[in-house]
Design a protein around this ligand. Structure first.
Ligand code: HEM
Ligand code: HEM
Length: 134
């Protein structure tokens, strides 16, 4: 397995534990939901689910296409931006709270970093698939 896959799976597992733990704590202290639902949701969906998919995709897509990954450097850039963006989002979602969305510049910056990471991932995958075409 490549290092990028191992690291995506490692961080995904860590986010899963933290996010599920937040879920249990929200049940114990229901007033936490006002603050932590968006953090819990995105730690699960961008942290656990998406990062597991990223890890598996970096392993599977090059093998399915019979070509090496288009760019290993872009894959690592994706890794760092996805993690920095997600941690920022979870932190600053906490400042905003649930169902109370308002302009918060740090949340916006984190969201842009996360979004950029997604675009880099999609680009890298599309180039890898393209190189295997026909
Ligand atoms: C031990 C595991 C988990 C526990 C105890 C837990 C608990 C909770 C609780 C208490 C809420 C707030 C519900 C409310 O007040 O409306 C919540 C919301 C949510 N959870 Fe979890 N959760 C767990 C795992 C997961 C996983 C694995 C995912 C996704 C992969 C997930 C996605 C969500 C989402 C998207 C919301 C927000 C739903 C909404 O906006 O109404 N949770 N969870
Ligand atoms: C760059 C990536 C993303 C950004 C910037 C983003 C942003 C947001 C924002 C601002 C909200 C509203 C939160 C609120 O009600 O206060 C939200 C809710 C939600 N998002 Fe995302 N999101 C992203 C990615 C995703 C992905 C990939 C998924 C699913 C795989 C997802 C699932 C959800 C769900 C289920 C909710 C409703 C739960 C909640 O109220 O927190 N999001 N998102």
């Amino acid at each position: 397995m490549s290092k990028i896959t191992v690291w995506f799976i490692r961080v995904a597992m860590s986010y899963f534990i933290i996010a599920a733990g937040m879920g249990v704590l929200m049940i114990i202290w229901p007033w936490w939901t006002r603050t932590y639902i968006p953090g819990h949701a995105h730690l699960n969906l961008l942290g656990w689910i998406s990062m597991t998919i990223y890890g598996v995709a970096y392993h599977i897509i090059p093998r399915f296409s019979g070509r090496p990954l288009y760019s290993n450097r872009l894959a690592w850039l994706h890794f760092y931006l996805a993690n920095i963006g997600l941690i920022g989002m979870v932190l600053f979602f906490g400042f905003v709270g649930h169902g109370n969305l308002r302009y918060e510049k740090h949340l916006l910056y984190s969201a842009i970093v996360e979004f950029t990471s997604i675009v880099i991932f999609v680009y890298n995958m599309m180039r890898t698939i393209k190189s295997a075409e026909g």
